[in-house]
Design a protein around this ligand. Structure first.
Ligand code: IVH
Length: 668
C-alpha cells in the first residue's frame, strides 16, 4: 500500500466509523453488525499504527482509549461554569417566575424546561468542527482537562462534518446509564471488588481515571444542555436544535413552556415518570428561552437569574434505629447495616438500610435509638441520609464502629485511603470461606448447579467443606448424613461435582477467586499462559505484558500463587482432575494470522475442513461463514461453487489454495 492509498483508506474508515456511530447514537439504528464495526475499527487501528504520520486525536480509534494521564492539567474556563439556584416547592417557583416577570418589565417570555441530569458537568470546546478540549467544572473558574477520557464517550461527536461556527463551547452532563452502572458493579462483584455506591459518583470517578482504556470500557454517556460562543441563535430552544443537528446527544424530553402552569405540568409528569428513564435525574431545570432576555436578567455572583433548578423531593421516611449490625462480604469487607423499625417508603416496607462504612456513621453522628431519615434512590438499596436530632433521647450513646470481625473475632484492618474496614482473616472467617465456595460453583465458574448457598452452609457447618478442593473429596455417606438429602438428591449433587471437572481452564482460573481476576481477565490469562504452571511462575513484568493486565492484577496473581495454602489447594484440585491447561484444540500455536479472517469452501487434498478451521484458530485467525467485502481470504478447495469465487473476486477478496495457506502458517 502506498502512502497515498493509506491516507485515503484511513480517511474513508474514519468517516465510515463516525457515520455508523452517529447513526447508532443519534438515530438509534445499527447500519452494520457489531462484528463488522469492530473489523473496520481493527483495520483503522492497524493502518494508523503502520502510518503514524496520519495520527489524529479525534480519530474514532481514540474512543477505545489508550492514553495514560498521570496528572490532568488545570485550565481556566473561558466562560465560568456557574451553578443553579435550587427550589423545592411550587411556591418558590412562583417567586422565581415573579422575579423574571419583573426583570423583563412587561415583555412576554417563554420557559424552556429540561431534566436535571444527575451526573458530572463538562465543558467541551470545539474548533473548526473538532473537539479540542473537555474540562470538568472544578471550582467553576478552573477545572481539570480530561480530554482523552472525554474522547471515549461514544455519544459525543469528535469531528462534525457540517458547517458549524469556527469556535464554540458546549456544556453538558457526563453520566452512566443505570444499566451501565449495574454492569460495572456486576463485574466488580465477580472480581471480588468493592461495589460502587451510585451512578453519579461512579461517573465522576471514571472521568478522572488515569487510563483512558479503562474509561472506555465503563461506557460513559452524555447529554448536552448549553451552547456558548460568539455566534448563537436567538433562543435556547434553537441552540439545542443546532446541537442536535450537529450530532450532539440532546435529550428528547425537553419542552418549551408558555406559562408557569405548563412548567408545573412538566414537573409533575417527570416526578412521576423519572424512574422509567435510563439515567438518574434529581430535578428539572427551568430556563428563560430568549438569549436577549437572559442577558437582560443577568447573573448573581454564583448563578444566572434566568434559570433555576426545581429539585425533586427525595422519597423519604423517618423511623427509629433499632440496632446496627455488620455484614462480612466474600472479600472480608465490613458493611454496617441499620436495623430499623419497619416503615413504608414509596410502596415497600423498609426494615434495613445501608450505612456504607465507618465514615458515614461518623458523618451522621449516629446515636443509639436515633430517629433517622431513610431515602430510596432509583433502584439503589435504601440508605440513611440524616438524623432527626429533636427526637434524640438525652444521654443516648454514639454508635461505635466495631473493631473485631463479628463472625470470627479477628481485629479489623483499614487500608490507607480506603473507607471500608476489612476482616483480614480470609482463610478462617466463615462468611469469607463460604463466599469463596459460592464463587467457585457459580455458573460462569465451575457451574455446579446441584450445589447452592444452603447446601454449602450445611457442608460448611458440618465441617465437611472449608475450601473448593474439599468438594472433590465428598463421599455419598457424607451427603446422606445432611439434612434433607436422599439417595437420589445426593447422587445428583455428586454427579454435578464430577461433571465440573470438565470445565475449561479459563473457568477454573476464574473460579479460584483470585482478587481482581474476573471472568474476562481469567480468559486473557488462560489464553496467554496456556496452563497453570506458566501462570504460577510468571513474573510481574510477564503478567503486565499481557494486553490489559495492569499492576494491580499482576500483584494480586503473584500474591495468590505465593501463598502456600492456595498453592496446596491448586495441587489438590489438579489431583482431582480439574482442567489446568487449555484443551489441545484451543492451544494457540502462533499469531501469524492475527486479525485475519477466512472462509473455507470446497474439498481439500491434505486436510479436512474441520482441521483447517482448527489450524486457522490456532494461528490466531478467525473463520467466517460468508464472503463479504470485509473478508481477508477465501481458502478455496476443489468443487468450490463458481458463484462464490465470482463474488470474492468482485469484492477484491484474496483467494488462496491449500498450499498457499500452509505457507502462510509456515508448515508444508
Ligand atoms: S444549565 C448556568 N441544564 O446542574 C447554569 N444544568 O447546579 C448552567 N445540570 O453544574 C447549568 N442538568 O452539572 C443545566 N439540563 C441542565 C442540567 C444541568 C444537570 C447540572 C449541571 C450544573 C448543575 C447546576
Amino acid at each position: 500500500m502506498t502512502k497515498e492509498q493509506a491516507k485515503k483508506r484511513i480517511q474513508e474508515l474514519r468517516e465510515l466509523l463516525d457515520y455508523y456511530n452517529y447513526m447508532y447514537y443519534q438515530e438509534d439504528t445499527s447500519v452494520i453488525s457489531d462484528q463488522e464495526f469492530d473489523k473496520l475499527m481493527a483495520e483503522l487501528i492497524e493502518l494508523e499504527k503502520a502510518w503514524p504520520e496520519f495520527f489524529d486525536p479525534n480519530s474514532p480509534s481514540q474512543r477505545v482509549g489508550g492514553t495514560i494521564t498521570k496528572n490532568f492539567p488545570t485550565v481556566e474556563h473561558e466562560y465560568p461554569m456557574l451553578s443553579l439556584g435550587n427550589t423545592y416547592s411550587v411556591e418558590e417557583l412562583r417567586e422565581f417566575d415573579n422575579r423574571v416577570r419583573k426583570g423583563l418589565e412587561g415583555e412576554s417570555y417563554e420557559y424552556y424546561c429540561e431534566l436535571k441530569f444527575d451526573g458530572v458537568a463538562i465543558s467541551l470546546k470545539y474548533e473548526n468542527g473538532r473537539l479540542v478540549q473537555g474540562v470538568t467544572r472544578g471550582d467553576g473558574t478552573r477545572g481539570d482537562d480530561v480530554t482523552p477520557n472525554v474522547r471515549t464517550i461514544r455519544s459525543l461527536p469528535l469531528v462534525i462534518r457540517k458547517e458549524v461556527p469556527a469556535r464554540f463551547e458546549v456544556r453538558g452532563e457526563v453520566l452512566l446509564t443505570k444499566a451501565a452502572f449495574r454492569k460495572i458493579n456486576q463485574q466488580r462483584l465477580e472480581a471480588g471488588e468493592e461495589l460502587f455506591a451510585n451512578p453519579r459518583n461512579t461517573a465522576s470517578g471514571t472521568l478522572k481515571m488515569q487510563e483512558s482504556a479503562v474509561v472506555a470500557r465503563r461506557n460513559l454517556t452524555c447529554y448536552v444542555y448549553g451552547l456558548l460562543g460568539p455566534q448563537l441563535p436567538p433562543t435556547h430552544a434553537e441552540a439545542m436544535k443546532w446541537l442536535k443537528d450537529w450530532g450532539f446527544p440532546v435529550s428528547p424530553t425537553s419542552k418549551l413552556c408558555r406559562s408557569i402552569q405548563d412548567v408545573f405540568d412538566y414537573i409533575a409528569h417527570w416526578d412521576k415518570h423519572r424512574h422509567e428513564l435510563e439515567v438518574e435525574i434529581d430535578g428539572i431545570v427551568i430556563k428563560v428561552n430568549s438569549h436577549a432576555q437572559q442577558e437582560k436578567l443577568g447573573y448573581t455572583a454564583k448563578s444566572p437569574r434566568w434559570a433555576i433548578a426545581y429539585k425533586f423531593k427525595a422519597e423519604q421516611a423517618c423511623t427509629e434505629l433499632l440496632d446496627v449490625t455488620y455484614q462480612v462480604g466474600r472479600t472480608g469487607a465490613i458493611t454496617p447495616v441499620a436495623e430499623l423499625q419497619p416503615v413504608q417508603l414509596s410502596g415497600t416496607t423498609v426494615k434495613r438500610a445501608s450505612l456504607h462504612n465507618a465514615n458515614e456513621i461518623k458523618r451522621l453522628d449516629l446515636h443509639e435509638h436515633d430517629y433517622v431519615y431513610v431515602e430510596k434512590g432509583g433502584e439503589i438499596i435504601p440508605k440513611v441520609t440524616g438524623v432527626d436530632l429533636s427526637k434524640r433521647k438525652p444521654g443516648s450513646k454514639p454508635i461505635r464502629f466495631i473493631d473485631k470481625c463479628p463472625e470470627c473475632g479477628t481485629p479489623l484492618v483499614r487500608h490507607p485511603g480506603e473507607a471500608q474496614h476489612y476482616c483480614p482473616n480470609e482463610k478462617n472467617c466463615p462468611p469469607q470461606l463460604k463466599g469463596r465456595i459460592e464463587h467457585f460453583i457459580q455458573r460462569q465458574a465451575m457451574d455446579i448447579d446441584s450445589l447452592g448457598e444452603k447446601t454449602i452452609a450445611l457442608l460448611f457447618d458440618k465441617g465437611l467443606v472449608r475450601n473448593p478442593a474439599d468438594l472433590y473429596d465428598l463421599k455419598m455417606a457424607d451427603i446422606l448424613a445432611l439434612e434433607g438429602f436422599q439417595e437420589q438428591s445426593a447422587r445428583n449433587l455428586l454427579e454435578g461435582i464430577v461433571k465440573s471437572k470438565k470445565a475449561p481452564f479459563e473457568a477454573v482460573l476464574f473460579a479460584l477467586g483470585i482478587r481482581h481476576v474476573g471472568k474476562t481477565v481469567a480468559e486473557k490469562l488462560a489464553r496467554h499462559f496456556r496452563n497453570i504452571d506458566n501462570l504460577m511462575h510468571a513474573s510481574k513484568e510477564e503478567l503486565m505484558a499481557v494486553y490489559e493486565i495492569g499492576e494491580r492484577i499482576a500483584e494480586s496473581v503473584i500474591a495468590f500463587f505465593n501463598d502456600p495454602d492456595y498453592r496446596a489447594e491448586v495441587e489438590r484440585l489438579r489431583q482431582a482432575g480439574l482442567q489446568f491447561s487449555l484443551q489441545e484444540e484451543e492451544m494457540p500455536v502462533s499469531d501469524v494470522l492475527n486479525g485475519k479472517s477466512f472462509v473455507i469452501s470446497g474439498v481439500f487434498a491434505r486436510h479436512s475442513r474441520d482441521e483447517l478451521k482448527a489450524l486457522i484458530k490456532k494461528h490466531g485467525g478467525r473463520v467466517l461463514s460468508g464472503v463479504s467485502g470485509k473478508l481477508d481470504y477465501l481458502l478455496a478447495g476443489e468443487n468450490m461453487g463458481p458463484a462464490k469465487r465470482a463474488k470474492a473476486e468482485a469484492l477484491g477478496v484474496t483467494i488462496i489454495n491449500e498450499e498457499e495457506f500452509e505457507k502462510m502458517i509456515g508448515n508444508s
